[in-house]
Design a protein around this ligand. Sequence first.
Ligand SMILES: [Zn+2]
Length: 132
Amino acid sequence: MPESHLFTIENFYHFAKERKLMAAQCDNCGTLLVPPRPVCTNCLSKNLEWIKLKPKGKLLTYTVIHVASPRFQSLAPYAVGIVKLEDGPNLPGMIKGIEPENIKVGMDVLVDFDTNIPAEWPMWPRYFFRPS
Ligand SMILES: [Zn+2]
């Protein structure tokens, strides 16, 4: 992975495939960027480094999707939510391993990884949330 130092969404998913939830941390102001961006959104610094986040958080909000785009329709109904990670940032993603009617705002979730995704779907988020 010769370009692993680049703070791209592709590298973020590449790390997820290795079951690592990685953020770019700004050396200047400490802001955590997840998914990563090449420039700090807070102070515009380009001095960033990869750090591994704890795969834990609390569910802030969620929506149950009944009608999805064709690629995801076979999964419907499914829930997507925003999780406040223990390390601070908010992360959107799919919620699995629980019936949608049992999902509760504020519940503890873990970030898990799906490593069996076909390579031709590079933009698929390879992480998901499940109840802890
Ligand atoms: Zn910064």
